[in-house]
Design a binder for this molecule. Structure first.
Ligand code: ADP
Length: 289
């Protein structure tokens, strides 16, 4: 990337979880690797959005031609961290036909009757698609751990189950990009309050969200365990400071665009004779006049 991009360090490096990463000393208002201001980020986002749109089209074309590659963006984060905004603003820049977005709420009775990965596995993107998980299988070691919804022996075993499952998914051609959006408790309170101040946001307000804040330290502990135990070479975690929405959106755009670039997908070769087709059109045209 050239200087005009304002990235001093690529977010894939700046945001990737390393050994010894501590959430408790994480600054949710920081903008790691980026040295521009919001206006630079917005301009860059537009440019990379155009790249992203073309890269997505290549992926789609590759899938149509029988290719097996796909992309999966996993979004986790506390309430108000901005997961929905990522889906709207980042994935909103590409052809909606190529994107399969899926949210995971409290499991239904049917889902609860199956293994926790059952509903996740069924939602994986088809070849050629970008899948987005707004919450994911990580809820099964986050909310489930914090609220003790299953015995500890059960959730403790899930970290390695997740690692094994993700390694298989990656092996079958899906590039997994995992992003944990981290908002500070102060900013979260502001965002919850904003929902109360705006009638058009009341539908998003849930009195239970304030109660969930009481469990903040337990959630941070659960997130720390996720980052320590499930950041693997085939599916590393990126921790994204989310107090500045413009930064989080730009960072995810860049992570997705560069993951797609690394697939090095060209346009599929025509499986017909281009020149012969052109000549057919010329003949049709001469008959019609
Ligand atoms: P959001 O709050 O993201 O807009 P929903 O209201 O549909 O979405 O549901 C999210 C809720 O579902 C969250 O409180 C989340 O913790 C909960 N949830 C997601 N997965 C599970 C799970 N496996 N077990 C229990 N609760 C879950």
């Amino acid at each position: 990337m050239g200087k005009r991009s304002h990235w001093r360090e690529h977010p894939a490096h700046a945001l990737r979880v390393d050994h010894g990463f501590r959430l408790e000393s994480f600054d949710a208002a920081a903008t790691p690797g980026f040295e521009g201001a919001q206006k630079h980020a917005e301009r860059l986002m537009e440019r990379r959005g155009a790249d992203l749109a073309e890269l997505q089209e290549r992926l789609y074309a590759h899938g149509r031609a029988g290719g097996d590659r796909s992309m999966l963006l996993v979004l986790q984060g506390m309430d108000t961290a901005g997961k929905g905004g990522i889906v709207r603003h980042v994935l909103g820049m590409v052809d909606p036909q190529g994107v399969a977005s899926r949210g995971f709420g409290v499991p239904t009775e049917e889902e609860r009757a199956h293994h926790f990965l059952w509903r996740i596995d069924r939602a994986l993107p088809q070849a050629g698609r970008i899948g987005v998980f707004d919450r994911s299988h990580y809820e099964d070691v986050l909310v489930v751990r914090v609220h003790g919804l299953v015995p500890e022996a059960v959730w403790q075993g899930r970290y390695s189950e997740i690692n094994e499952w993700e390694a298989q998914v990656a092996e079958r051609g899906t590039t997994i990009v995992k992003c944990a959006l981290m908002v500070s408790p102060e900013e979260q309170l502001n965002r919850i309050e904003e929902r109360l101040e705006r009638p058009d946001k009341h539908w998003k307000y849930n009195p239970g969200d304030l109660d969930e804040r009481a469990h903040w330290p337990a959630y941070m502990e659960a997130y720390q365990a996720v980052l320590d135990r499930t950041s693997t070479p085939s599916a590393p975690w990126h921790v994204i400071p989310a107090d500045n929405k413009w930064y989080a959106r730009l960072a995810v755009t860049e992570l997705l665009a560069s993951a797609l670039e690394s697939l090095e997908l060209g346009w599929p070769q025509a499986d017909f004779d281009v020149q012969a087709e052109r000549e057919r059109i010329a003949r049709l045209r001469s008959k019609e006049v």
